[in-house]
Ligand binder design. Structure first.
Ligand SMILES: [Zn+2]
Ligand SMILES: [Zn+2]
Length: 281
């Protein structure tokens, strides 16, 4: 399996690969900039090149980017929507410069405008961004959400609808977050539930769209709609739940990253635990 974690870019984006390697990551997720700021200075070409060199040097097989938490591609507020769309395209440009092919994002929150209007706005935003960006080098991945508040993308049907509305449907994939999916009501804990969940995913979205995963245990119960990550084995999904995933050959080459609350202090231990669940055949 391709296992890793979300690592910090403190000190420069090119510092992330070494940080990841120290934690035994084979893949990493990063923010391409301070995720709590709308505007930051452009990424220098030299820094981007160094990121590629460092990734190679430290055997980081794949890196994915998570976009800024400020972006809401479903916003009913025109000013905020425009700002979000522009920031999203900036994220795509940064990803391209870094040689990263997947940009993971939370689809958005409708904030009162309603589910259908929100889904429509997300698809419009993605279409706009695709045209503005004008390249196929970066694929946005819609992340499944826990469904808290007016957040969209907490069902396979909603994600499929967003993709259906795209002008270029090849240009989008999905990031499966185990905590979010579990909180949204998809059982991945029992072998039977696990099998049913991914059968449904395949029917509704298509497993070929699943390009990345967030490996998090859940502080919330099945269907709780709580977006609260827990360390692997300490939440409701539990070690047995992750055993299903660690032995699923279909996801062998899918980058899987931790976003658990212990952070960089705990990641190496959690990765070791996950690797120990792989059955030797
Ligand atoms: Zn996530
Ligand atoms: Zn989350």
């Amino acid at each position: 399996m391709l296992l890793g974690a979300h690592v910090s870019i403190t000190g420069g984006v090119y510092r992330a690969p070494e940080r990841g390697r120290k934690l035994t990551c084979d893949c990493i997720q990063i923010f391409s900039k301070n995720q709590m700021q709308w505007k930051t200075k452009p990424l220098a070409d030299a820094d981007a090149a160094r990121f590629g060199e460092e990734s190679k040097k430290h055997d980081i097989i794949e890196s994915v980017i998570h976009d800024s938490y400020l972006i809401n591609l479903a916003s009913p507020d025109d000013a905020l929507l425009t700002k979000s769309r522009e920031a999203f395209v900036d994220e795509m440009r940064r990803a391209k410069l870094l040689g990263v092919r997947y940009l993971i994002f939370h689809p958005g929150a409708h904030v009162g405008s309603g589910v259908q209007a929100g889904i429509r706005t997300i698809a419009d935003s993605m279409n706009w961004a695709r045209n503005e960006f004008g390249s196929l080098d970066v694929t946005p991945l819609l992340e499944i959400t826990a469904g808290q508040g007016s957040v969209l993308g907490h069902s396979f049907e909603q994600l499929a609808k967003m993709i259906d509305l795209l002008e270029d449907q090849k240009g989008a994939g999905v990031c499966f977050d185990t905590c979010h999916a579990y909180a949204a009501g998809y059982d991945v804990r029992t072998p039977k539930g696990y099998e049913r969940t991914f059968d449904m995913f395949d029917d509704v979205i298509g497993l070929d769209r699943l390009k990345a995963m967030h490996i998090n245990d859940s502080k919330g119960k099945l269907g709780s709609r709580l977006d609260r990550h827990e360390q692997i084995g300490k939440g409701y999904i539990g070690v047995d739940g992750f055993r299903n995933l660690m032995n699923d050959e279909r996801f062998r080459d899918v980058p899987m990253v931790l976003e658990t609350p212990g952070g960089e202090k705990e990641y190496a231990r959690e990765l070791e635990l996950l690797r120990s669940l792989v059955r030797i055949s």
